[in-house]
Design a protein around this ligand. Structure first.
Ligand SMILES: [Zn+2]
Length: 111
């Protein structure tokens, strides 16, 4: 029955990568005459972070902060970065060290 073109729940929030400010479409940005309900994608290219003046590309989609799916997506992102990187780094370091030691020993073994 509703004639609303935009469902507020489907609008994603965006977080400023420079200062952590979160643009919430449901609230808009009253410092730059952005009406509530304006999607981040519909903001002017001249729009800047109201806190630190960062441009739109510095922002990243953090999903709808009111929905569990957006939160989950955010968690998954942090989880992947935090667990994979140290493991791969260790594997690389120990793998290289092990190969180096084996190579070194084999050279000595030949003499
Ligand atoms: Zn900012």
């Amino acid at each position: 029955m509703s004639t609303e073109a935009i469902d507020p729940k489907t609008l994603d929030s965006y977080e400023c990568g420079a200062c952590g400010y979160v643009y919430e479409p449901n609230r808009g940005d009253n410092t730059q005459d952005v009406a509530a309900g304006t999607a981040f994608e519909d903001l002017s290219e001249n729009w800047r972070c109201p806190v630190c003046n960062a441009r739109k590309p510095r922002f990243s989609n953090i999903g709808s902060i009111n929905s569990p799916s957006g939160f989950k997506e955010n968690l998954k992102y942090g989880f992947g970065v935090n667990t994979l990187t140290p493991g791969q780094k260790n594997l690389l370091i120990f793998g290289a060290l092990g190969l180096g030691v084996l190579f070194f020993l084999s050279l000595y073994g030949l003499h």
